[in-house]
Design a binder for this molecule. Sequence first.
Ligand SMILES: [Zn+2]
Length: 106
Amino acid sequence: MPFCQVCGALELVDFAGKVIPYAELWIPANEAIYAAPILIVHFIEVHNYLPPAEFIAAIDLLDDNVSFVADAVYREKLRQSEWGSLSGKEKMEFATSYNKNMAERD
Ligand SMILES: [Zn+2]
């Protein structure tokens, strides 16, 4: 559940009244995708937070007639990345090595 440092735990709902669990808002722009925690909506509405101008401009330029499925975009970018070219075994080896290195840092 989203948590505001000022207000505490928040129950955010969408326009249909459905509870939104912790999520990230992705705003596609020309050459980038802006990402923000869903909590940004609360910060704007309740705490008068003003996002950066380019973030607002990206929202203003959104076209309701153009579909944007963030999950599909994410999966495609992941597939195209170096990570996406690794086999399952290589991913496991990387994760094991990464976790070992992180544990040794602490
Ligand atoms: Zn708050």
